[in-house]
Design a binder for this molecule. Sequence first.
Ligand SMILES: Cc1cc2nc3c(=O)[nH]c(=O)nc-3n(C[C@H](O)[C@H](O)[C@H](O)COP(=O)(O)OP(=O)(O)OC[C@H]3O[C@@H](n4cnc5c(N)ncnc54)[C@H](O)[C@@H]3O)c2cc1C
Length: 494
Amino acid sequence: MNTAYKRIVVVGGGTAGWMAATSLATALPGSTVELVESEAIGIVGVGEATFPMLRDFHKLNRIAEADFLRATNGTFKLGIEFRDWRAKGHRFFHTFGNFDDLAGPACLWGQYRRVDDPALGALGEQCLPSVMASQGRFVTPPADQAGLFNYAYHFDASLYAGFLRGIALSRGAGRTEGRIVEVRRRADGSVDHLKLEDGRVVAGDLYIDCSGFASLLLGRALEEPFVDFSRWLPVDRAWAVPSKPSGPGLAPHTVATALEAGWSWRIPLSSRVGNGHVFSSRYIDEDRARTQLLDQLDGPALAEPRLLRFTTGHRERFWVHNVVGLGLSSGFLEPLESTSILLIQRGLGKVIELLLPGARPAAAVVASYNRGMARVFERIRDFIILHYCLTERRDSALWRDMASMELPETLDFKLHAWRQTGSLNMYGEEGFEATSWLAIHAGMGNWPLRADPVLAEVPRAEALQALHQRRDHFAAVVAGMPTHEAFLRHVLGR
Ligand SMILES: Cc1cc2nc3c(=O)[nH]c(=O)nc-3n(C[C@H](O)[C@H](O)[C@H](O)COP(=O)(O)OP(=O)(O)OC[C@H]3O[C@@H](n4cnc5c(N)ncnc54)[C@H](O)[C@@H]3O)c2cc1C
């Protein structure tokens, strides 16, 4: 296939770099794809929970699920269990399932609220994957009902890039090992070539900057300004540590527990558990945050905790001259909803779509790409803030500040629309669907002020019976499912 960029250089060999190289080598066989990475610098090596869209990436790139799970010690993920976010001791699930109709007289959450029967339990009991997650059970949906529920994966981030590297190289991508010490630009501002420490030169027509937080091309060389989101999302550090699995079975979900000045993650892999404490240095010092993480572990730590520092936000533009930033080099949203790899995919998918016609995209197209990516970051930012701003916790300075902060206008409007009219207002370029917003509103106990009169078209007794039947049906179906562990063994043929 012909393409306007004959030689594409990918800078960096982390998850972003090898995802880009794999996709480019697969989708644009007419281009030469060369990836430059430095083993001495290494990769960030965290980022172990994903979003269902990763399955599309694997499908498009002809990557078999079992091969991927085997190579990365992967497990299945139905969503996230949030602990202590609304109040200490409170829990809820945000899974990738649906809650059926979101509008009209059959609106599930509306009828649930209207019948107000404590015997129904949480709204999550009306959602199949939430019930599966709470019971530690998992099966993939039957082929003829692929839309029944959605799922993603957990995987070992240090293994994923290596797995993709093998695939990209087998499809014709090249790899140069070496540290880039200089980025040479042309008079028009575009990048001409990269100079390596040993004097070698790597040149291309298009550069995909996947150099991680260093942001070698987009940030350092092109000096693209950074849009800082930390006034809304103040977490800026994370301690990460693996631990030995212990306790009951393999959970098919991530656990995110709210702590004094941030939150912790627990990600079950088939070989170990990934743990981390994401916190704000404005509210807690690094040593205390480290202790809080180690106190939380279910099993013994398998390594010394590692500290990562970051700022939440993104580069103003993502595609500048002949440089496109993907992954951490272009921006980072704190990992509460596992959206970084999703953002890589959104950018990468669009870039390939723009390169496929074989002509260089016009300036207006690039500008539209940049606007679109900035919007996706903003939409996901708002979704993450929602988890904080609805808290009822007032037991520490972080939670008091999060509960009273001034919100971005875009989120303020959504919250207002929901509270006043019960409508889940969605904009363009959303990262999460209405059903996800509902899961967080419901989980955090944030309900509309008035019931929609249309709900009364269904007699209360009928609505109540339907909800009980649905809940009992899901409970029975899930009781017959294999455990996550058993299903994983079956998929891996072990
Ligand atoms: C605490 C934390 C938790 C996270 N959790 C999640 C999660 O659960 N889910 C999720 O989707 N994402 C998560 N992420 C984000 C995720 O880790 C990244 O999006 C993902 O790993 C991609 O990283 P990257 O490839 O952009 O950067 P990196 O992995 O850092 O790769 C950068 C590459 O650039 C190379 N490089 C840099 N400088 C040079 C140089 N001078 N010369 C040559 N090569 C160079 C490096 O060697 C490396 O190969 C998390 C991030 C953090 C910080």
